[in-house]
Design a protein around this ligand. Structure first.
Ligand SMILES: [Zn+2]
Length: 306
């Protein structure tokens, strides 16, 4: 999407969707099951690292038709996930952009052109994604595969750093990024020259069933969720894990009012793919609080029909 269009249409955001987005905070993303690298040279099983991709600071609940009483904190974290597998490495989403690091958040205005105060959104990046990856021994040159949950501005900020990786993407999102008449976002422009694998349906990244990109169109035409089954590796939790991008939130679902969005498609993705996962699956949405398939099955108004 264009930033302009995205920010303008944010104002039209439906209330239920917004509540789900906004109740979350940095904590949710940073609380994901991360463990430090073990002191061993060869990777045994899977490792999962969570990197802070920055936060969107929006101090204006009224932008979403909400009041301060309804939403205590309207900021949104933007996590980045690194999977280390014996057969390679996968980065899932890239955060808001290292170019914002070190800038006072009230100077790093999101949008082109930005909304005027008090509706403006800001970006807060405390540490660069690149430096966090380097600190754990995975500089961009060591990332074999890049996948984006979808190519909206809050997920692609550092994509160019991974242009040497193989880009795994569905055609719908690729066309959204690089199709005819598309104004290509400079933050991911370098991916145009990346080795690109246009994937179809669900995609088993390393061929052993432990790291699967679930094709869940709706928020965008090529949206994917990252799924790690229960027995995916030593560092994963005893439950399966789903990194849901902006397809499913705690108590809500992704908006479909932006370019390429489809309510029919997202509902079909949720019913036929996401809700087919085991109840005990832990869900880490692209923003906001952690939840589970069971929790959403029983209480998400979009899924219960209540
Ligand atoms: Zn998002």
């Amino acid at each position: 999407m264009s930033r302009v269009r995205g920010l303008k249409t944010m104002e039209k955001m439906r209330r239920r969707v917004t509540v789900g987005l906004l109740v979350g905070l940095l904590v949710a993303a940073l609380a994901v099951a991360t463990r430090p690298a073990k002191a061993q040279s060869a990777v045994q099983g899977l490792r999962l690292y969570v990197v802070d991709g920055g936060s969107i600071i929006i101090d204006a609940p009224e932008k979403f038709g909400l009041t301060r009483e309804q939403v205590k904190n309207s900021n949104m974290s933007c996590p980045v996930y690194l999977i280390v597998h014996p057969r390679g490495t996968l980065l899932f989403d890239t955060g808001l952009g290292d170019r914002y690091a070190g800038r006072p958040f009230n100077e790093a205005v999101l949008g082109d052109p930005p909304d005027p105060p008090p509706m403006a959104s800001f970006v807060l990046v405390l540490k660069t994604v690149k430096s966090q990856l380097e600190a754990i021994g995975y500089a961009p040159s060591k990332i074999d595969y890049l996948a984006l949950s979808h190519p909206h501005v809050d997920h692609i900020g550092n994509a160019n750093d991974f242009a040497a990786s193989t880009f795994l993407v569905h055609k719908g999102d690729y066309d959204m990024m690089f199709g005819p008449d598309v104004k290509v976002n400079p933050a991911y422009a370098a991916l145009k020259n990346s080795k690109t694998n246009i994937i179809e349906g669900d995609y088993d990244v390393f061929g052993d069933g432990t790291v699967v990109l679930k094709f869940t169109p709706g928020h965008t035409p090529g949206s994917v969720c990252l799924y790690l089954p229960k027995d995916a590796g030593a560092i994963t939790t005893p439950s399966p894990q789903l990194f849901a991008g902006d397809t499913l939130f705690a108590g809500s679902i992704g908006r479909t009012d932006l370019w390429g969005g489809s309510m029919d498609d997202i509902m079909d993705s949720l019913r036929s793919k996401v809700m087919e996962l085991p109840d005990e699956t832990i869900v880490y949405p692209g923003h906001g609080p952690v939840t589970s398939i069971a929790q959403e099955r029983h209480s998400n108004p979009f899924l219960t029909g209540n």
